[in-house]
Each structure stands twice: as C-alpha cells, then as structure tokens.
Design a protein around this ligand. Structure first.
Ligand code: PMV
Length: 371
C-alpha cells in the first residue's frame, strides 16, 4: 500500500456556508458598483482518475457547495494587485514569478483579449499623477490539494471576472482552454478533466486524446479533440465526500505513476484499461438509471488504484469505514495519497456513513446529490 503524502494537514474550511445563492453555469456575478465577479464550483472525480491521463475516460461532477470567487475592482493605486487572503498573498502582478498560476492566469486573459495591460496599470503613478489600478481579489471555500479542483476553480473564477471587467467576457470554450494551460503549471501533465467539469459545471464523461502521455510527448493542447459529453443523470444519487485532511499534491502522484508506467508499461496499461472499462460501465449505469450499480464499480476502481500505489492508510481506512456503515461502494478520488475519498450512499444510510467517516478520522464530510 502507498504512503500518504508527507502528512501535512491543511487548514480546512469547515462545513461550507453558502454566502450567495448558487447561479447556473458560466457564472459571471452581477455588476456591483464597478466590481466584476466570477465564480466557479469545485469538482469531484467519480471514476477514472490517473487512467484519464493515459487516454482512458473519466467521470466527474461539480460540487456546487464549494466554490472559488474572484472580484475585480478599480483602485486608486496604480498597478494590478492580486489579493488572495486565504494564502496571505497581496502583491503587485509584476512581483509574482511569471510561472505563478495567479500571474499566469491574469497574463493569459490579457493575451486572449489582445489587450496589453497598459503601463499605467503596471507601474507606480508618475509624480503627482493620479492613476487607477485594478485589484483582483480571490477567495475560495475549496480545500487546496485535495482533489476538489481548487486550482482550476480559482483560474476559472479569475478568467470570468477579469474578462467581464475588461468588458469582453470570454466564452466557456476559451475559459476552459486558458484554465487548462494553467492546470499544466499546477499538475505537470493534466488530463484536462478538472478545468472542463469546472468550466461547464455539469457532470461529464471526459476523454482526452488517447495519444497524449502514452508517448513521452508533452500533453496536447486541449483543443486537440478531447471527448466531452454531458452525463445524463437519469436517477439522482447521493455521495459523501470525506477529506483525510492530508495535503497531497496531484503533480507528485501523477509523476510517481508515470515512473511506475516507465518501469512496467504493460502492467500499468492493463490496469488503466480495466479502469477505462469500469468508467464506461459506470456511465451506462448512471445514464440507464441504475446508480446502485456504481457501488461495486467504485470498490473495484479503488482496488486498482491501490495497485497503482496512489491509495494510503487513511484513504483505505475511510473507504472501509464507509462500507461497514452501509455505503454501497467507496473509493479514493483524485490524485490520491491523501485528499478525498467518496462513498455511494442511500438516503437512509447517509447520516450513519457520515458519522462513521468522522469517527474514522475524516476532517470534513460533504454530502452531495448528483443529478
Ligand atoms: O486531484 P485532482 O482531483 O485534481 O485530480 C487529478 C486527477 C488525475 O487524473 C490524477 C490527474 C489529471 O490531470 O487528470
């Protein structure tokens, strides 16, 4: 069994409180006294993580109870100011490393709109001059590095807010494309699933180019035909998402899987092919109105992820605890080695499963209905 990530625990948000009524997809918040806002929800992968990096399909759903928000406003101080109080960051854009995800996303929006941030925004005001600048404030209730898509949600929220502020709101396709570029900074060789489900805010069946990292080539740009299909959820079902509280960067687990793949390509490809077939069966179960069939598929998917060495004691303990409390199935979700696991529940069993998860060390449990 794999080890959990180095055990650093996250400052977790407690049960999320919804400060605003949730809006539909493509969330540009209403204009509020010169402030433009964008919001993007979290996401969770139901099936197919890791295998999706190698061209197999994955299923993921938005988690609307969690979200990132960006607000862009005019300030009297010249420059572009990035404020991210959750990570105690307040800096002028040029002072961030160019490869910083927040700097990169802001640069990418200006580039996409073909606007060069006027020098007035980048420099201090000349003597005596009153120059306006802009502030981009980012907040999020999505725990970082735990498989809930916080990086992609922050990117999408900023892209929406900034492009709206610049009077040229970008469409979902362009938002997704930029967010994918930023995912490469976060994750190295991302499949593109996070940015996709977060941008479109719908349950999706996702499959990137099968040619992608099976060769040593870098991942293709997203527009090279990933298959993205909205999942038709015929019968709603409930999942619990339990957080181990362990900080587990996806970049590391993806890189470790990559090493395994290099050492024994045949074995890992066979495992990923099996995950691909589980994912396709799961899609049929969801669209055919048999969500109860997902339980056994989740258990099998988890077992394979253990073999790929991305589970760990805490994740295994939580999956066991949920099954013992009546879950129909359970598995880790996302990069693994910490972060979150999911359990499929029936309405009656949900409270007992949540209690069992908390008793077994979960730091937070979110109940969400997939519909
Ligand atoms: O840890 P998450 O939820 O961001 O998901 C990572 C999913 C992987 O398949 C492991 C990587 C990817 O880019 O798809």
């Amino acid at each position: 069994m794999g080890n959990c990530s180095n055990g650093s625990f996250l400052p977790l948000v407690s049960t999320p409180i919804l400060a605003f009524p949730l809006m539909g997809k493509g969330q540009v918040l209403p204009h509020e006294g010169g402030v433009r806002g964008g919001r993007a929800s979290g996401k969770i992968i139901l099936f197919g993580e890791h295998a999706v990096v190698y061209g197999e399909p994955a299923l993921a759903v938005p988690v609307k109870k969690l979200f990132a928000e960006a607000k862009v406003s005019t300030v009297s101080r010249a420059g572009i100011w990035i404020s991210a109080p959750d990570i105690r960051l307040y800096k002028e854009l040029p002072r961030l490393p160019r490869k910083h995800p927040l700097a990169s996303v802001v640069d990418a929006v200006f580039a996409a709109l073909d606007i060069s941030p006027p020098s007035v925004l980048r420099t201090s005001p000349p003597e005596g001059g009153e120059k306006n600048g802009i502030k981009i404030k980012v907040t999020s209730t999505i725990p970082i590095a735990s498989g809930l898509g916080s990086g992609a949600a922050v990117s999408v929220a900023i892209i929406r807010a900034l492009s709206a502020y610049l009077n040229s709101p970008l469409n979902d396709e362009k938002v997704n494309e930029i967010a994918y570029e930023i995912e490469k900074i976060h994750h190295g060789t991302p499949s593109g699933i996070d940015n996709t489900v977060i941008t479109y805010e719908k349950p999706v069946f996702f499959q990137n180019s099968p040619l992608s990292p099976r060769s040593n080539a870098p991942p293709p740009p997203l527009q090279e035909k990933p298959i993205i299909k909205t999942l038709q959820v015929t019968k709603p079902f409930t999942i619990l998402i339990a957080n181990t509280g362990i900080h587990a960067p996806t970049k590391k687990s993806v890189a470790d899987v990559r090493k395994l793949w290099e050492e024994d390509t045949k074995k890992i490809e066979t495992l990923f092919t099996a995950i691909g077939s589980i994912t396709r069966t799961a899609r049929q179960a969801i669209e055919g109105g048999h969500p109860e069939r997902l339980g056994a598929l989740m258990n099998e998917n988890h077992r394979i992820l253990q073999e790929v060495d991305v589970s760990c004691q805490e994740l295994d303990r939580l999956t066991e605890a949920s099954l013992n409390a009546g879950a129909l199935g359970a598995k880790l979700s996302g990069g693994g080695r910490g972060g979150n696991m999911i359990a499929l529940s029936t309405k009656e069993n949900t409270p007992a499963i949540a209690e069992a998860l908390l008793k077994s060390g979960a730091k937070n449990v979110i109940v969400t209905e997939i519909k």
